[in-house]
Design a protein around this ligand. Structure first.
Ligand SMILES: Cc1ncc(COP(=O)(O)O)c(C=O)c1O
Length: 441
């Protein structure tokens, strides 16, 4: 294989059968489409190249900067492509949660702008979201930007409708699989592949996989974020199912330890979601006819070692985190003390609790409760591992974007013996919606 440019190595990724002894399905052959083997490391190489390619000639002369709303694989691929073409690249995101990816982007020369957005993915229905506002400005500006616009750009989907999907059919000797399962981020890959497979055989079943409520699996939406926006069209999927972060990590472990596939968490989520979905269907099958299912392995494990270490320290021979929200039961979280905005305002005025804002420093800088301190959740997580970080006589009010994370930390601090810690119901968003005062730095 000889190429004139690394971009020619994008696509034509292997389709590898998973050993039936590993997944246990008796009548279904399960295949992994190894998008992790694209040259920049992920399924997004195809979309990034397809979206940028036509706009690259002359972009340097026009003084353009490649811009994308991405905190992960699209940004990584675009940073490489921009660099190869002598263009600057800017990644705009609500928060870089995966430290390794942030460092890699910086190494690649990317500029990173973090905005106080709410969800991991762009939600254009949320017109107040700074990320949405930035997206609108980018589209209006007509300025020196080469905005690839992955959440809306049909070239994202097309990369998979003309590449990934037909490759799967070709590798299955001209047949579409019976089931296709993929994690949903922008929805570009699942939509494009589904289109190509259905054109070949309308009977193919398409299953979209997302993270569980409020759970974080880097690169994909969670069930709360599945909106009918951008490239996402519910009609693409026969069903949408959710996978928890722990199950995604377990699926990933199976792929890396037993299959020789060094997949990241969304590959693990796709494997877990695939086997779970197919098990009962497989049990009903009889006779000699074999069925086929394909799932996508989006990227590689190496970038997620910190993510895994934080969630499952035992996998890296570290003692289980004693004071960790991961160890809480649902009942403990439900029992956490929660306080509504109006009562919280009275409580603050009367008893002056320590108000801790767990949001990102950017969100905090933009707007916060006067007198609150900002301890970003990851830092707070570290802090509480060593024990209670403040005296028991100090009442504490915890605030996060929507009140879910703060409830978990309130439950944890209660378990650790703090007598009066409360979580702000509905978070800073409820506080703002109630018209309560917020200040900016
Ligand atoms: C790790 C990972 N898995 C899955 C996906 C989903 O891909 P798509 O955006 O095509 O839905 C992404 C998208 O960014 C990703 O980064």
């Amino acid at each position: 294989m000889r190429y004139d440019s690394i971009t020619e190595a994008i696509g034509n990724t292997p389709l590898v059968r998973i050993d039936p002894a590993v997944h246990g399905l008796r009548h279904i052959d399960l295949y992994a489409k190894l998008e992790m083997l694209n040259p920049f490391g992920s399924v997004k190489d195809r979309a990034a190249w397809n979206m940028a390619r036509a706009a690259l000639p002359g972009a340097g002369e026009r003084g353009e900067t490649v811009v994308e709303l991405s905190s992960g694989n699209t940004a990584k691929a675009l940073a490489v492509i921009a660099g190869m073409h002598g263009l600057p690249f800017k990644s705009v995101t609500n928060r870089m949660r995966i430290a390794e990816v942030k460092d890699l982007l910086l190494l690649l020369g990317a500029e990173i702008e973090e905005l106080p957005g709410r969800s991991e993915c762009l939600d254009p229905t949320d017109t107040e979201d700074p990320l949405t506002l930035f997206h609108q400005r980018l589209n209006e500006s007509g300025g020196a930007h080469l905005h690839t616009d992955q959440y809306f750009n049909a070239l994202n989907t097309e990369a998979h409708a003309t590449g990934t999907g037909p490759e799967i059919v070709a590798d299955l000797d001209g047949r579409a699989p019976d089931w296709f399962l993929a994690c949903v981020g922008t929805a570009g890959s699942s939509t494009g592949v589904a289109r190509a497979l259905r054109a070949h055989d309308p009977a193919v079943r398409v299953i979209g996989l997302v993270g569980e409520k409020s759970d974080f699996i880097p690169g994909i939406r969670n069930i709360d974020e599945v909106h009918e926006v951008g490239l996402f069209d519910p009609a693409t999927y026969d069903t949408i199912e959710s996978v928890g972060a722990d199950d995604a990590i377990d699926g990933m472990l199976t792929l890396v330890r037993r299959c020789g596939i060094l997949a990241g968490p969304t590959g693990g989520a796709a494997y877990h979601g695939a086997v779970r979905h197919l098990q009962s269907l497989d049990a009903e099958l009889t006779g000699p006819v074999r069925r086929t299912a394909v799932f996508i392995v989006c990227d590689r494990v190496e970038s997620y070692l910190g993510y895994v270490k934080q969630r499952r320290p035992e996998l890296m021979r570290r003692p289980p985190a004693r004071n960790s929200v991961a160890a809480l039961s649902d009942a403990e979280v439900r029992a956490a003390q929660v306080i509504e905005v109006a009562d919280a305002r009275k409580w603050i005025a009367a008893e002056r609790p320590l108000v801790i804002d767990l949001r990102s420093s950017f969100a905090y800088a933009a707007l916060h409760i006067d007198g609150s301190v900002n301890i970003v959740d990851e830092l707070f997580d570290e802090l509480v591992r060593g024990g209670l970080p403040f005296g028991k006589r100090q009442p504490v009010l915890l605030a996060c974007p929507v009140g879910e994370q703060s409830a978990r930390y309130a439950a944890l601090l209660t378990r650790m013996g703090h007598p009066d810690v409360r979580s702000l119901a509905g978070g800073i968003i409820a506080w703002r919606d109630a018209g309560a005062p917020l200040v900016r730095d």
